[in-house]
Design a protein around this ligand. Structure first.
Ligand code: KIV
Length: 292
């Protein structure tokens, strides 16, 4: 990897790691330990070197290079137009930023729409691109057919994070950005998919816009797969937010479940640290906030 800007250059210096030499790199065994101990896992999206380094210094444990970058960085109206090459570029930038500050965060690269849908082999080729860009894990959306893909990747040594509930890559099929898993049948399907993904070897599962009671129930049931909620209540093993949302910078409507952590924070780093503390302390989210 190249380093185009020397530390101390006029183009911005990255922050030092918060406790140099003290924090150990986040690993899969560590994440499992956190899940078992009920220590909430804090995840945040980041798409470039500087914000990734700031998030790491603030104590964020997992950085998701999400395909939400299509919306917040590229100005697209959905994530459907994001390509694998774009994801590779941003993953590499994030990893470079973390290396510069000896960061410890676990990096998850999001497999974009169309990069894993054709076959297991296509998924392996796409996942290889993101792993070689420096990701520690890849994320893919959906249940049912994806379990076979997850199994294929995990067998080949690629850690996988699954994603159920509101899956933005299928927003057109879902009919909009709305709550999923409501009603007995939808809840039963979501639960079945979650168990299939755990059995296939997914180590993490993002639950997006799912009723709080359902995600809490799933969190109790899944002992080999850490649930990470976004608009899914307080009962999950961890939380994730889109960075721009929690910093209060958003081109559209702010989702109801988001909190603007810049309010009262003197810097981005402190806003991120407040997010970390709020999740760890069980102060964010508050179930009543989104009411589903
Ligand atoms: O792409 C993304 O940022 C995501 C999160 C919303 C979980 O998938």
């Amino acid at each position: 990897m190249t380093q185009s800007t020397a530390p101390g250059s006029p183009y911005g210096t990255l922050p030092p790691a918060s406790v140099p030499g003290k924090r150990k790199p986040v690993s899969l065994p560590r994440l499992r330990e956190m899940q078992a101990q009920g220590d909430k896992i804090v995840m945040l999206t980041a798409y470039d070197a500087t914000f990734a380094a700031v998030a790491d210094a603030a104590g964020v444990e997992c950085i998701l290079v999400g395909d939400s970058l299509g919306m917040v960085c590229q100005g697209l109206t959905s994530t459907v137009g994001v390509t694998l090459e774009t994801m590779r570029y941003h993953t590499e930038s994030v990893v470079r930023g973390l290396h510069r500050v000896q960061g410890t965060a676990w990096v998850i690269g999001d497999l974009p729409f169309g990069s894993y849908h054709e076959s297991r082999e296509q998924a392996l080729r796409s996942a290889t691109v993101l792993m070689q860009a420096g990701a520690h894990m890849v994320k893919l959306e959906g249940g049912g057919w994806t379990a076979e893909v997850v199994h294929f990747l995990v067998e080949r040594g690629i850690p996988v994070c699954a994603h159920l509930g509101l899956t933005p890559q299928t927003v057109h099929a879902l009919g909009g950005y709305r709550v999923q898993g409501k009603g007995d049948e939808a809840a039963a399907t979501l639960k079945r998919h979650a168990h299939e993904l755990q059995d296939a070897g997914a180590a993490m599962l993002v639950l997006e816009m799912v009723p709080a009671a359902l995600s809490a129930e799933l969190t109790r049931e899944l002992d080999r797969c850490a649930t990470i909620g976004i608009g899914a209540g307080a009962g999950t093993a961890g939380q994730v937010l889109v960075m721009h949302d929690m910093l209060g910078v958003n081109l559209g409507k702010m989702p109801r479940f988001v909190r603007n952590f810049m309010e009262g924070a003197p810097s981005v780093r402190e806003a991120m640290a407040a997010y970390v503390q709020a999740v760890k302390g069980g102060h964010f989210p508050v179930d009543a906030q989104h009411g589903w």
